[in-house]
Design a protein around this ligand. Structure first.
Ligand SMILES: Nc1ncnc2c1ncn2[C@@H]1O[C@H](COP(=O)(O)OP(=O)(O)O)[C@@H](O)[C@H]1O
Ligand SMILES: [Mg+2]
Length: 142
């Protein structure tokens, strides 16, 4: 497994998103690990935009699954926030397998519950930590 790190401020987030998609290669399942407020959702929205995903990136309402269609006709991006799931059964109920096996991008916040469903090599992991109020550090494991 390879890893590398870099830090970014909010006004550098688009560059951070592009850098991450370069390093991800063709991997479609990206897991985002970090505390509440670390910047997972903000980064996922920037990456989705970098990949050409259209749609409502500013929806204030919580939902477990958001879909952003890619305007270049290359499929969808699914943004899953599993924070409120309590058990693997609840993950089955939302159709987790369809998301993971569908071949579209899956960006997953709070993925711990579904780790047993994933095989090595089919996902990358991105850790986000807060270095200061206006800077975050990313470590990506490929
Ligand atoms: N690189 C960054 N530098 C400074 N602030 C950031 C950065 N990334 C995100 N933030 C801010 O952190 C806050 C929480 O972000 P959010 O993406 O909702 O976190 P999470 O999804 O991890 O709970 C937001 O106010 C966001 O603007
Ligand atoms: Mg979030």
């Amino acid at each position: 497994m390879r890893e590398f790190s870099f830090s970014y401020k909010l006004d550098e987030i688009n560059r951070a998103a592009e850098q991450l998609s370069r390093h991800a290669g063709g991997t479609k399942i990206w897991l985002f690990i970090g505390d509440m407020g670390a910047g997972k959702t903000t980064l996922i929205k920037a990456i989705s935009q970098a990949l050409g995903g259209g749609g409502d990136f500013s929806s204030p309402t919580y939902s477990i699954a958001n879909e952003y269609s890619m305007n270049n006709g290359k499929g969808s991006i699914f943004h899953l926030d599993l924070y409120r799931l309590r058990s693997i059964e609840e993950a089955w109920d939302i159709g987790i397998e369809d998301y993971l096996l569908g071949g579209d991008y899956c960006f997953v916040e709070w993925p711990q519950l579904i780790m047993p469903l994933l095989k090595e090599g089919e996902f990358i992991t991105i850790n986000i930590t807060s270095i200061s109020e206006n800077e975050r550090k990313i470590t990506i494991f490929i």
